[in-house]
Design a protein around this ligand. Structure first.
Ligand code: AHG
Ligand code: MN
Ligand code: MN
Length: 342
């Protein structure tokens, strides 16, 4: 019987995340090991969160804490657990001077000479936690700008996405994956957790987003609140036509990590546009939009707010929101074309 199945690429078998990062950093002149160490810490925290997610319904970590976070959203126990886990691990690791988390009202400054700044959405996809649907973690890493002899400040955190040194995400899905990039020069690489060994192994080397695809990912329930240009764009995607091949198919999970991960692998477009309720958009520039914009660009895709490159937006405040359109370059350009008509 003919089969198209092939065994895993023997070129990647047994390459751990640790070994891969060390190998990449060896290509980077002047690398001191601090960045590598910070990535290990994030990887460890992700494994700790993963172990709780896997037992969620059994370990009493489902449901709400009773608190409301700075975003005005009800905090879930897993939001809090993930936030505490990532922050505790990186604070102890001594490589960061500041952590900006979606779950914290203010920046958590870390005394010492840490060279890096971490921005993090510790648990993305809160609305899916209780339903056993993929959730995740999103992070960005910047170099500290202030003098390491003194304390870090808000200027270290409010850097544009173009200044990111690295970004990544973890998907806690049917399998757990960590995807990260240290920029276009280094590529985007995906690692899958082998839960029996507790190691992330290279499984997706040099990820590139397909140039063309016909899938869109958007919460269409917001239709009545959308600007006419957004409605026109969706109408156009659903019509029959050529180049791009239309109609597009729809996929929407409601966890950015899952929707963006699928878009990165399969191509197409994810959008969370501004609407009458979320006038600035819903997603957060520092914790969600910038890390994904950095990764998509490094994989050959694009990220836009409809007018501007996401990575060029100057952040003015910590919890700033932005419209976000991510995907294959052509698909993002189609959205911008409609947005420009309004
Ligand atoms: P978070 O769970 O970190 O607050 O993020 C939720 C976000 C994101 O994961 C997703 O893309 C979006 O909210 C979904 O929003 P809707 O439920 O409005 O579609
Ligand atoms: Mn989120
Ligand atoms: Mn979150």
């Amino acid at each position: 019987m003919q089969t198209s199945w092939r065994p895993p690429d023997s070129g990647t078998v047994g390459i751990t995340l640790e070994a891969h990062v060390a190998q990449q950093m060896a290509m980077s002149p002047g690398a001191s090991g601090h960045f590598t160490s910070l990535l290990y810490q994030l990887c460890l925290a992700a494994k700790l969160v993963d172990s709780r997610v896997r037992q969620a319904g059994l370990a009493g970590v489902l449901g709400y804490t009773g608190d409301v976070n700075v975003q005005g959203e009800r905090v879930q126990k897993l939001d809090e657990l993930a936030n505490e886990t990532f922050i505790t691990v990186v604070k102890r690791g001594g490589k960061v001077c500041a952590v900006a988390s979606e779950e914290l009202e203010e920046v958590a400054y870390v005394p010492g000479a840490g060279r890096y700044v971490l921005t993090i959405d510790p648990l993305d996809g809160s609305s899916n936690i209780d339903c056993n649907v993929s959730i995740g973690t999103i992070f960005g890493i910047y170099r500290r700008l202030s003098d390491s002899a003194g304390p870090a400040d808000l200027g270290d955190v409010l850097q544009p996405g173009s200044a990111l040194r690295a970004a990544g995400y973890v998907v806690y899905g049917p399998s757990t994956m960590l995807v990260y990039s240290a920029g276009a020069k280094f590529g985007v690489h995906g690692f899958t957790l082998d839960p029996t060994i507790g190691e992330f192994f290279l499984s997706h080397r040099d990820m590139r987003i397909p140039d063309h695809a016909s899938t869109y990912s958007v919460n269409e329930g917001n239709w009545v609140r959308w600007e006419q240009s957004t409605r026109d764009w969706i109408d156009w995607l659903k019509q029959e036509g050529e180049g791009p091949k239309r109609p597009f198919g729809a996929r929407y999970v409601g966890s950015l990590v899952a929707d963006a991960h699928r878009t990165l692998l399969k191509g197409g477009v994810f959008a969370y546009p501004a609407d009458q309720k979320a006038k600035e958009g819903k997603l957060r520039l520092l914790y969600e939009a910038n890390p994904f914009a950095f990764i998509f660009e490094a994989a050959g895709g694009r990220a836009s707010d409809g007018r501007r490159r996401i990575l060029d937006i100057p952040p003015e405040k910590l919890h700033q929101r932005t419209p976000l359109v991510l995907g294959s370059a052509d698909c993002v350009a189609d959205f911008e074309r409609f947005a420009a008509k309004k």
